[in-house]
Design a protein around this ligand. Sequence first.
Ligand SMILES: *Cc1c(COP(=O)(O)O)cnc(C)c1O
Length: 360
Amino acid sequence: MTRPVHASIDLDALQHNFNQVRQLAPESRQMAIVKADAYGHGLLMCCRALKEADSFGLLDLADAISLRKAGFSHPVCLLEGFFSKGEIPLIAENNFEPVIHSDWQLDILDNTPLEQGLAVWLKIDTGMHRLGFAPEKFKSVLNRLSAMKCIKRVSIMSHLADADLREDPKTAYQLKEFLSRTESTGLDRSIANSAAVLAHPECYLDWVRPGIMLYGSSPFVDLSASSLNLKPVMSLRSEIISIKKCQKGDAVGYGSSWQCPQDMKIGVVACGYGDGYPRHAPSGTPVMVAGKLTQLIARVSMDMITVDLRGIDSATTGSPVELWGRDVSVDTVAEMAGTISYELLCGVAKRVKRQEVLHG
Ligand SMILES: *Cc1c(COP(=O)(O)O)cnc(C)c1O
């Protein structure tokens, strides 16, 4: 027997969510964002399910190369570009498309003779104030890039800061800045993340770049994934490995911060923050045990949590537990723990096996 914690990955749900993107933005090509090991779901497995995407976007050259080794011939965008000159030959050889966001990268490109031309994404900072060139510099940077022998194609991207705040005027401002600076270029353009795919059709342009929605989580605090017709891809599951009969007043776990309000049974689940369950999840966070909704009690430890078994008489050792997934939304767990689903999903530890769900 192995430790029962695992993440089951529903690739049908992933394809369903991808089809939502295609239905919403049928005129745009899709760059499926698979950074951070496909938001913790497993890169290769997810890319296989997303093979109809027009391209993939990720960060690490090693991950991009693993896609080529697995037989993917899709365009692959390196979202933070190259980090040093030494990476450029491999990038060119594999036809990867680095984002160019800073002057130092232009200087390196200027001094890098290449046999085959590079396709690059030029990034403009329209208001996020993170990566990208200032809008005023766009024309001169584009001219400089276009004049380089090693560049065969330039596409243009920007990133939205507040698209998840649906009424926030900053999105319209960023889009206007992006369109007006780039309008006469005739080059491919992209600005939409998941929140924009779901809420801002005017942002679709040539390429959309969905991430979190592919994995079935909502980018909005006030709209659930199910209300957006998204299906959760990951279910973090484990089992009850021990049941305790406690008496009224017994304190449970580190810090003895939770006391039993009555005589009751509690279940010990093999999953803790060492597996990626958030340590800050408070008592009351929903957990599914043996098909019934109950709550986390007491502090989360590295390898275990404890759950309330009042009203779940059928629970025994070996009963299945869902920490998040189909029945317990990862968005709810994230909100209770004071974070966002992105952090929980990509924080699932290496020691947790990813298992593909097989549909009968
Ligand atoms: C992560 C990322 C995305 C996807 O964002 P979501 O909010 O997950 O949809 C899109 N574009 C860039 C540049 C990114 O880094």
